[in-house]
Write a protein that binds this ligand. Structure first.
Ligand code: SF4
Length: 296
């Protein structure tokens, strides 16, 4: 397979074949993001011949070694590809790998909104089933500060469009992204946005300051400070308490988190809140994941 740079994929795509159809991220400005900062990861679309050769290699593997059921299209916002390019890739995948059951992709509000409902329906019919969307915050001030390139209203519109097209939507939000200063506003606005989006999957992960990013530099000069672990748990509590989700698997078990939780919303909400309240009231740091075990 032709892989450029380090590849990233959602945890739930661990068993998927990674097919790199773009390199890097067309936006690449989010101040917390360290994923595509190497010069070799400068954004570009991979040549069709390269993608086609990778699909042929995967098809051979699928036919001779183990059937491939899932494919994840990389890199950071592959949904930015034109309809012509995406449909060509999906059609070739379906034609060459008959065992394929599901295709996933990263997209953000910008790239989802580049496609109409009708176009998203076509992608769905060709096998695209799930879009992983880094929403990060529902607070427009936080989104502006981290240069997300989209607003909470954009994210809500993107959710509506995906739902209308029958595509599953997996939403990622980031605890702590507003810093101590906007912690409460960030958590409350994010809960409100999740209610508006009502996605079937939510992943809450903890903001990590990565050297080489603008957010890390802000923290170094004192312009940004992450909430402490109890502040981060308070944000998580706000999300669990306030997000009105009709049928959602809410994951807060990312390696970056201090308290791993998996919640079926709304069924498990009260149990999760009781657990959070009990741990917060205890103030016992030994009950939280120690920093050396957090997968940062
Ligand atoms: S859109 Fe995603 S991949 Fe691109 S810079 Fe922002 S967080 Fe990183």
């Amino acid at each position: 397979m032709d892989y450029v740079g380090r590849l990233y994929r959602p945890p739930s795509e661990a068993d998927s074949l990674l097919l790199q159809v773009t390199v890097g991220c067309s936006h690449n400005r989010c101040t917390y993001c360290a994923m595509y900062r190497d010069p070799e990861q400068r954004f570009r679309t991979k040549k069709w011949e390269t993608v086609a050769a990778d699909i042929a290699e995967a098809a051979h593997f699928s036919a001779t070694v183990r059937p491939i059921r899932r494919v994840f299209l990389c890199d950071g916002d592959a949904l930015v590809l034109s309809m012509a390019k995406l449909t060509r890739i999906l059609e070739r995948l379906r034609a060459e790998i008959p065992s394929l059951r599901r295709i996933g992709i990263y997209g953000d509000a910008r790239t989802i909104l580049l496609k109409s409902v009708a176009e998203l329906c076509i992608l769905n019919e060709l096998g695209l089933q799930i879009v992983y969307h880094g929403v990060e915050s529902g607070d427009d001030e936080v989104l502006r500060r981290v240069q997300k390139g989209s607003t909470a209203a954009d994210a809500a519109a993107a959710a509506e469009r995906l739902a209308a097209a029958g595509l599953r939507h997996s939403v990622i939000v980031m605890l702590g992204l507003g810093g101590q200063e906007r912690s409460a506003a960030h958590a409350e606005a994010t809960a409100a946005l999740l209610s508006a989006m009502d996605p079937p999957y939510v992943g809450a992960l903890t903001t990590t300051l990565v050297p080489g990013t603008p957010l890390f530099d802000d923290a170094e000069r004192g312009a940004f400070s992450l909430p402490d672990r109890w502040g981060l748990l308070a944000e998580l509590r706000t999300l669990v308490a306030q997000a009105q989700l009709t049928r959602c698997r809410f994951f807060a078990n990312h390696a970056s988190n201090y308290l791993p939780l998996r919640i079926n919303m709304p069924t498990d909400r009260e149990r999760a809140l009781a657990q959070l309240d009990e741990i917060i009231a205890s103030g016992d740091e030994r009950r939280l994941t120690p920093d050396y075990l957090r997968g940062l």
